[in-house]
Structure formats: structure tokens, C-alpha cells
Design a protein around this ligand. Structure first.
Ligand code: AKG
Ligand code: FE2
Length: 356
């Protein structure tokens, strides 16, 4: 593993307040271990945030290695001049390039300090079709259905990215299935039945880059809960913090990067689908130099989201579709801190529950 992925914040490590997160063993989940499924359920009910140990099975350890290959691809991509990346800015919220400053930043009155390259995974079944002849088709074919103009970097690395999406899909769907088992859900009540491959969704792979920055107009990634069902996050550098529902909003805690593990968090959609039994934990990314981002930071997020036309009850008790929640929340990310303060949408209502 490259050493530059593991650097620490400037605060001495022994003074860091670390989040105490449970570790779930993915190999035990695939092996049908019922007590591990119960621990998974407990993790979703108490914090909605946990480490996933991916080292124990061949099917999952591949993604750990692919993570580093993808991080190298990301470095080359984000190193390009801004104008070149802006050619991939296709006015989509789930696809293409997003420049820094699109959303509110982590410091009051700042804008965000991260850029992303997003790859929509609309209709997963198109990927499965692609996989059958195992990459024998043209790599420029638009296999990640829905991507209106595929960036050259994605085209060039299509097998790495397709593998990554495929493995992310397997991991997140296994978690959904084990959660349904642990809750003894049957038939259409099971979470998988709201996440069918052939149905449209806004499921997206997002490659994030927090550039080195000394301009106070831009800072980090503002507090939020995630929109979707489950986020599978590879975050090998410091910066991620959460506000634990267990500690009741006492203070932001650091999520320690752990080689061999991904971080999983429950998003609003799965919390709502669980009848608000699960937590969608508030989190943010802060500049590790304190005020400024002193070095480049990279992370990879696979956002599993439910089928777009499913309805649930949102943070205000209103019935909305998954897609409407997605779109409203996305708009809220772009708003000023003052506007964000006046609504429950940014934090999915979680912040309000922490202050009770
Ligand atoms: O970059 C990270 O570590 C977290 C990113 C995140 O929370 C998000 O994109 O929703
Ligand atoms: Fe997030």
C-alpha cells in the first residue's frame, strides 16, 4: 500500500477522539453466520456506521487491491487541468465531473473543497450482460447504462471500474439480504425487493478528490447524512468524522482509516425504509491541517440507492418517492448554511433527534 494514503491529521494521534465502530466480518455474512447478521443489524440500529472487514474471502479481498489501482487512476484524472475535467461536467448530479464549490463547505460560509468524478450505475442488469462474454466487447461501449458521455478515463479503465462496481454491488446487496434475514422480513418486505437490478435508480460510483488548498473560501465536505441506502466507502486517509447517535451529539469523532476494511454507512433511504429503526449517521470531512487541506486526499464511494419510484416517509413525516428525496436533498447540499439550518433535509432529521 502506498504510504501517502495513510498520513495523519496535524493533531497528535493520541489526542484524537476516535469513533468506536463495530467491525463486521464480510466472510461470515456470505457464509450465512446468523450471529454476524445480528451484529450487523445491531450496528445499523445503534449507529448506522461500521467497518467491514473484507480480508476474509477471495470474493471480497479483490476489491481491496482494486481500490489502490483505482486511486492511482483518480490521481491521474484529477491532476489534469480544470478545463479538461470540465469537459466531463455534463450537468448531471449522478454522472460526470463535479468541480469544487458546488455545495456548502464544512466551515461556516465556505463552499466545499472536493471535486468528484461520478459514474452512474443505472440498471445494473446492463453490466451483467457486459460481463457474460467477460470484456470481449468494445471497452468504449456504454455499459454503465445511463452515462450520456463517458469520460475518456472511465473508457480506458472500464474493466477495473466495472469490476469495482460489480463487487460493490455484491457487497451491498449481501448486506441488504442479511439485514432482511436478521429482521425476518419476508417477500416484498425484504430490502432486496426495493433494490431490483432491472429497475432505474440513482446508484452511483463516486471518485472524490480533496485538493491541497489554502483558500478559506473552500473547506472540506459539510455535515450531512447520505441520501441512499448503503454507502460503501474506501477512505484510506484521515479526514472523515461522525457525530455518533450513541454519544448524542457530544462531539465529532474521527473515523480511523483501516487497511483491509471498508466503511459502511446507512443512508436516509434505508433508514426510512426500515421505519426509522436504522440510523443514518451524520458525518463530514474536515481539512486535516485544521484550517486548510494541507495535502491531497482521495476517497471512493459506492452509493447504493433504492429503486427511484418507491415511496417512504421522510424526515418531516411526508410521503415522498426515493427520487424526490434524492433530488431535494441534492439541491439542499448546494444551498447556503443559513438555508440548510432551516430544514431537516440536509441531515435527514438525524440532527434534530441528536439534540432531543
Ligand atoms: O470522502 C469521504 O471520506 C466521505 C465522503 C462522503 O461522506 C460522501 O461523499 O457522502
Ligand atoms: Fe457521505
Amino acid at each position: 500500500m502506498s504510504t501517502h494514503y495513510t498520513s495523519h491529521p496535524t493533531i497528535p494521534v493520541n489526542q484524537l477522539e476516535l469513533a468506536a465502530l463495530p467491525t463486521i466480518d464480510f466472510a461470515k455474512l456470505t457464509g450465512g453466520d446468523a450471529s454476524e447478521a445480528q451484529r450487523l443489524l445491531d450496528a445499523c440500529v445503534t449507529q448506522g456506521f461500521f467497518y467491514l472487514d473484507l480480508q476474509g474471502s477471495d470474493s471480497s479481498s479483490k476489491i481491496l487491491a482494486d481500490q489502490y489501482a483505482l486511486l492511482d487512476v483518480m490521481k491521474n484524472y484529477f491532476d489534469q487541468p480544470h478545463e479538461v475535467k470540465m469537459e466531463d461536467n455534463i450537468e448531471s448530479v449522478t454522472d460526470g465531473f463535479k468541480p469544487i464549490g458546488t455545495f456548502a463547505g464544512v466551515n461556516r460560509n465556505s463552499r466545499d473543497c472536493y471535486e468528484t468524478l461520478r459514474v452512474i450505475v443505472n440498471c445494473f442488469s446492463s453490466l451483467v450482460v457486459f460481463f457474460e462474454p467477460l470484456f470481449s466487447r468494445s471497452p468504449t461501449k456504454n455499459i454503465l447504462n445511463g452515462s450520456s458521455k463517458m469520460p475518456v478515463t472511465i473508457q480506458k479503465n472500464i474493466s477495473l471500474i466495472s469490476n469495482f462496481v460489480f463487487d460493490s454491488h455484491f457487497i451491498t446487496h449481501t448486506i441488504l439480504a442479511r439485514l432482511s434475514d436478521a429482521l425476518q422480513l419476508q417477500g416484498s418486505a425484504r430490502f432486496e425487493s426495493n433494490h431490483r437490478d432491472e429497475k432505474p435508480s440513482t446508484t452511483t460510483l463516486v471518485l472524490l478528490h480533496y485538493p491541497q488548498n489554502f483558500d478559506s473560501e473552500y473547506s472540506g465536505h459539510n455535515k450531512h447524512t447520505d441520501i441512499g441506502s448503503l454507502t460503501l466507502l474506501f477512505t484510506p486517509q484521515w479526514g472523515l468524522q461522525l457525530l455518533s447517535p450513541v454519544e448524542k451529539a457530544k462531539s465529532w469523532l474521527w473515523v480511523e482509516p483501516r487497511p483491509g476494511h471498508a466503511v459502511i454507512n446507512v443512508g436516509d433511504s434505508l433508514r426510512f425504509l426500515s421505519g426509522k429503526r436504522f440510523k443514518s449517521c451524520l458525518h463530514r470531512v474536515v481539512p486535516t491541517g485544521g484550517m486548510f487541506q494541507e495535502e491531497d486526499r482521495y476517497s471512493i464511494a459506492y452509493f447504493l440507492r433504492p429503486e427511484s419510484d418507491i415511496d417512504f416517509e421522510d424526515s418531516d413525516g411526508k410521503t415522498v418517492s426515493v427520487k424526490k428525496w434524492h433530488d431535494e436533498k441534492y439541491i439542499m447540499y448546494t444551498q447556503t448554511h443559513e438555508t440548510q439550518d432551516q430544514s431537516t433535509v440536509l441531515t435527514g432529521g438525524m440532527e434534530q433527534t441528536l439534540l432531543d
